[in-house]
Design a protein around this ligand. Structure first.
Ligand SMILES: [Fe+2]
Ligand SMILES: [Fe+2]
Length: 181
C-alpha cells in the first residue's frame, strides 16, 4: 500500500512538475525573461535547465554585463522552445533579437577596444564577425527548414557563452584592469 501510494504521488508530482514547467515556459515565451530573475527550473530534475546569471560571468562593466544577461535570456527562451519542440516560425523572432543583440553588443565592446587600444582586438573582432555570420546562416536555415532548429541554436549559443564570454571577453577586461594600474 505504501509502495502504491508512493507510485501514485510520484505520478502526481510529475504531472504537477510538467504543469509548472509548461506555465513557466509559456510565460517566458510570451513576456521574455526578466534579466535579473532567472530561476533554474525548480520544478523537476529531469526537465530543462535554465541558465542563471552567476557572478563568475560578470565582467564588472555595467553595460556589457547587462548585454550578456540579455543573451542568457535569449538562450533560456530557446531552451523553452526546444523543450516544446517549437517550429522555426516561432524561433525566428528570437533569432532576429539575437541579430539585434549581436550588432549592438559587439559595437559596444569594439568601442571599448578603441578606447583602450586593445592589442588583441583583431582576433576578438574576427570572432564577433564569425558569430554574426553564424546567426545569419541560422536565420536562413530557420526560414528554409521544417525541422525545428531550437536545440541546435541553443547549443550553439551555450557554446558561445562558455567560450567567448567566459574566456575571450574576460581577457579584454583583464587588459583594461591592468591598463588602469
Ligand atoms: Fe561579449
Ligand atoms: Fe566579445
Amino acid at each position: 500500500m505504501t509502495r502504491l501510494y508512493g507510485a501514485v504521488s510520484a505520478v502526481r508530482r510529475r504531472e504537477f512538475t510538467a504543469v509548472c514547467v509548461w506555465a513557466f515556459g509559456l510565460f517566458h515565451l510570451l513576456n521574455g525573461i526578466p534579466h535579473d530573475v532567472i530561476p533554474i527550473s525548480s520544478c523537476g530534475e529531469d526537465f530543462m535547465q535554465l541558465l542563471k546569471w552567476s557572478p563568475e560571468f560578470e565582467l564588472g562593466l555595467e553595460e556589457i554585463d547587462k548585454q550578456h544577461n540579455q543573451l542568457i535570456n535569449l538562450i533560456n527562451q530557446l531552451t523553452v522552445a526546444a523543450e516544446y519542440n517549437q517550429p522555426n516560425s516561432v524561433l525566428l523572432p528570437i533569432v532576429e533579437k539575437l541579430q539585434e543583440y549581436a550588432n549592438s553588443h559587439f559595437k559596444a565592446e569594439e568601442d571599448i577596444f578603441t578606447m583602450y587600444d586593445y592589442p588583441d582586438r583583431q582576433e576578438h573582432e574576427a570572432e564577433h564577425a564569425t558569430f554574426i555570420g553564424s546567426i545569419k546562416y541560422i536565420r536562413r536555415q530557420c526560414e528554409m527548414l521544417d525541422t525545428s532548429m531550437s536545440s541546435k541554436i541553443r547549443d550553439f549559443l551555450l557554446h558561445w557563452f562558455c567560450t567567448h564570454i567566459k574566456v575571450n571577453d574576460k581577457e579584454y577586461k583583464r587588459f583594461i584592469d591592468n591598463a588602469a594600474l
